[in-house]
Write a protein that binds this ligand. Structure first.
Ligand code: GSH
Length: 220
């Protein structure tokens, strides 16, 4: 394996989805290059040369640079997986996983991102903006419906889409919790995700840092 580099900040759920893929695939020798989001390092001209969009995660593999977590996860399974379980080559299964990856990017993560930016950019602690929270609540309800027909988010098998959606939800639940009774399927699926042997190891550190920041920034 050529030297892979992952530009990463563990407070980022997108980064943590890639770290989950790395753990699940048992990939070693990936160099982690820390990026400090709170210091605005993604806006530095050096970082923008690597990723013009100015976001983490970014993976470099020799001459190749990939700058979206879902694309990185798919690439890692395709290129370095000993099997294709997490991103099967079957066009039907792949279509379903791609759909859920886009659901994460376009609905769940997008709704989360607007809220977290609004919380973090406020100089004073603030209450959750109920208008901003609506698209996220809708995304939760959609996911609950989607999970009526399947055990995992993209079918009956664990996939990279589970990693992306679980890490996004791990973050968003801290200011907009899932509702017992209303989101039972999501809660059951999420509990199942947390029993993966590597889930807590990968997710908890960054998540705890985010919880600390939210304690300061979010009024309850
Ligand atoms: N669709 C992208 C989203 C990447 C993204 O928004 N990353 C956030 C952290 S979760 C980031 O780098 N934010 C820094 C900034 O906006 O300056 C992915 O899945 O990788």
């Amino acid at each position: 394996m050529a030297t892979l580099k992952l530009y990463a900040a563990e407070v980022s759920p997108c980064v943590r989805s890639v770290l989950l893929t790395i753990e699940a695939l048992n990939l070693e020798n990936i160099q982690i290059v820390p990026v400090d989001l709170f210091q605005g390092e993604t806006n530095s001209s050096d970082f923008r040369k690597i990723n013009p969009i100015g976001k983490v995660p970014v993976l470099t593999d020799g001459q190749l640079t990939i700058w979206d977590s879902h694309a990185i996860n798919a690439y890692l399974v395709d290129k370095y997986g000993t099997n294709d379980n997490l991103y099967p080559k079957s066009p039907e299964k792949r279509a379903s996983i791609n759909s859920m990856n886009h659901f994460d990017t376009g609905r769940l993560f997008a709704a989360h991102d607007v809220i977290i930016k609004s919380i973090l950019s406020s100089p004073e602690p603030k209450l959750l903006d109920q208008e901003l929270a609506k698209p996220l609540a809708e995304a939760y309800d959609l996911l609950e419906t989607i999970l009526t027909t399947r055990l995992y988010v993209a079918g009956n098998q664990l996939s990279i889409a589970d990693f992306s959606i679980a890490t996004t939800l791990s973050q968003s639940q801290n200011y907009l919790p899932l509702i017992p009774g209303k989101h039972e399927r999501i809660l059951a699926w999420y509990r199942k995700m947390t029993t993966l042997p590597y889930f807590g190891k990968v997710n908890d550190n960054g998540l705890n840092k985010v919880k600390e920041v939210l304690k300061e920034k979010l009024m309850r």
